[in-house]
Design a protein around this ligand. Structure first.
Ligand code: MN
Length: 284
């Protein structure tokens, strides 16, 4: 299923080009979407049959006429993998000489949840004179509390998958600072439930800036795949329902600038585009 948030935190089921409002059907509270998402995931086994009947009971809207919002609006944390593709490690070494290690040595970092924006929102660059890059990534949402979960069991804990842009100021500062500015984590276009993703570790994905293809890769080239990343993340910290894990970017990262439109597309999930502007008051 494709589970979307739209039009001020209503819950939607996306079928082809139509969004069904399943808020009432599922007991969704649009004033507390993150809490409601946790309830939805906890009770999804019972709610699934009801949701499947939505075409008979729910209001329907053309996808083109609604506003999609971030499908995970306010997780307790975003756990992010650094340098998790070898070819991205190579390009970072060539350009910045600061990525000699991969995730195996670096561990992972947290992004501020306040950096999340939806798939129709705008990335706002905080600096006019600092290089700021796109990073295309496959991300997923944790469905139930997890601690010390081995890779072989991780699929039981992942509710669904979506596309994520890990917007990043380049430089020597720590990653959480460079990647946590407001608007630096566009996610969407919706959550595709895990049952529809046969193998998250073999998904093609692409990112364009305007018409230019910048990144084209496949999650089969991840160093730590989705499940191994889940294992190491849950070994270090308790993963709460609604938390986001993002798996890292492949080669092809590059600069974004005011006026650009950045588009990400992942097989079996979908695509979205965000515009890029300067923040109202740039820091420099
Ligand atoms: Mn990244």
């Amino acid at each position: 299923m494709k589970i979307a948030l739209f039009n001020q935190s209503k819950l939607g089921l996306v079928l082809e080009e139509v969004v069904y409002d399943i808020s009432t059907l599922t007991g969704w509270d649009d004033q507390n979407p993150q809490e409601s998402l946790k309830m939805l995931m906890e009770n999804f086994g019972d709610l699934r049959a009801k949701i499947e009947e939505c075409q008979a009971h729910c209001d329907a809207y053309p996808l083109s006429e609604i506003n999609l919002e971030a499908p995970v609006p306010n997780p307790s944390k975003i756990v992010a993998a650094p340098v998790n593709y070898y070819l991205h490690q190579d390009e970072m070494n060539e350009q910045f000489s600061n990525a000699e290690y991969t995730i195996e040595k670096l561990g992972f970092f947290l992004k501020a949840p306040s950096s999340i924006i939806g798939p129709n929102d705008t990335v706002k660059l905080p600096f006019k004179d600092r290089r700021t890059d796109h990073e295309a990534e496959l991300a997923f949402v944790v469905g139930k509390r997890a601690k010390n979960v081995p890779a072989s069991e991780a699929h039981h804990y992942i509710f669904g998958y979506f596309a994520l842009m890990d917007i990043t100021v380049r430089g020597k500062e720590d990653r959480p600072w460079r990647k946590s500015f407001d608007t630096f984590t566009p996610i969407g276009p919706w959550i595709v439930t895990a049952d529809e993703i046969e193998n998250p570790n073999e998904l093609g994905f692409k990112l364009w800036v305007n018409e230019e293809l910048r990144q084209s890769a496949n999650t089969k080239d991840l160093i730590y795949d989705c499940y191994k990343f889940f294992e190491v993340a849950s070994a270090a910290m308790t993963l709460e329902p609604g938390d986001i894990l993002t798996t890292g970017t492949p080669e092809g990262v590059g600069e974004i600038n005011k006026g650009d439109t950045v588009t990400i597309r992942i097989d079996r999930i979908g695509e979205f585009s965000v515009n890029v502007e300067f923040k109202e008051e740039c820091l420099i």
